[in-house]
Design a protein around this ligand. Structure first.
Ligand code: MG
Ligand code: MG
Length: 258
């Protein structure tokens, strides 16, 4: 099902989006060498509760995961890229961390993900992966507008990732979002311009380019959730929730004060 939100619902989505962005930025600023992934999960839980919001993850039990997720944020480190289950692990210098968060507030969900390197190390390979996903996300947003089609967004995202030399996995991609976290339409991270559903004002989309350095094959951890690169190579993930407006696209998951 594809939801078209009312202006009042889009207004509430702005609040949810700002909350998601503020939590992610707070976690990024607190994450340092020695921070445990379970601490990040607990800090996130507390911020969601304090904001009067609900987690989209705790009870989430889709076909691609094992039972309810049971945590508040996805913490994917190094070769882990999607759905990383928080566990007892202390971050080390140079770790590439991807945090993915979706919450529901005022009946509207927002979803965003960021990747960054912990500590003082700046491995060029990791920096390049992160930049490619951020640039692909920006290209997807720039391609979004009231007359664009889903294929235009997919093509814009996929072109940046391919030009950067990364393989593209099409199993997981962007999606519609609204009263629930995951809705139609699906937005593959590569595709042909001019194809697919035509966007319209009031549609909310989560765009989320992600890549693995040298493979398009994912493997699942024994925890039933965490997805890693099959080669053990580094990975990155960037996601924003956007609202289609009469004259373009508005990014809803920007931190407040920016
Ligand atoms: Mg997400
Ligand atoms: Mg998403």
């Amino acid at each position: 099902m594809i939801e078209i939100l009312t202006p009042a619902e889009v207004e509430r989505a702005r609040e949810t989006g700002a909350l998601v962005a503020d939590i992610l930025q707070t976690m990024k600023s607190r994450a340092r060498v020695g921070t445990n992934l379970l601490e990040i999960d607990e800090w996130t839980r507390q911020m969601i509760v304090d904001a009067g919001a609900e987690s989209c993850y705790v009870d989430y039990a889709p076909s691609f995961g094992r039972g309810p997720f049971g945590h508040y944020i996805c913490t994917s480190v190094n070769d882990a890229v999607l759905h990383g289950l928080p566990h007892d692990y202390a971050l080390a210098d140079g770790d590439l961390v991807s945090l993915d968060l979706a919450v529901l507030k005022g009946g509207v969900a927002a979803d965003s993900a960021i990747s960054f390197v912990v500590g003082n190390a700046r491995p060029q390979e990791s920096v390049a992966l992160i930049e490619a996903t951020e640039q692909a996300l920006a290209a997807g947003i720039a391609a979004a507008g009231p007359s664009a089609r889903i294929g235009d967004l997919s093509s814009a995202i996929g072109t940046v990732l391919a030009d950067a030399g990364y393989p593209i996995n099409l199993e997981f991609g962007g999606h519609g979002i609204g009263s629930t976290m995951h809705q139609d339409p699906h937005i593959p991270n590569a595709g042909r311009a001019g194809r697919g559903y035509r966007l319209r004002p009031g549609l909310l989309l989560a765009l989320e380019p992600w890549v693995m350095l040298d493979t398009d094959v994912l493997v699942t951890d024994a925890d039933g959730w965490t997805l890693r690169s099959a080669t053990g190579s580094r990975t990155a993930h960037s996601e924003h929730t956007i609202a289609i407006t009469a004259d373009g696209a508005e990014v809803l998951t920007l931190p407040s004060g920016r």
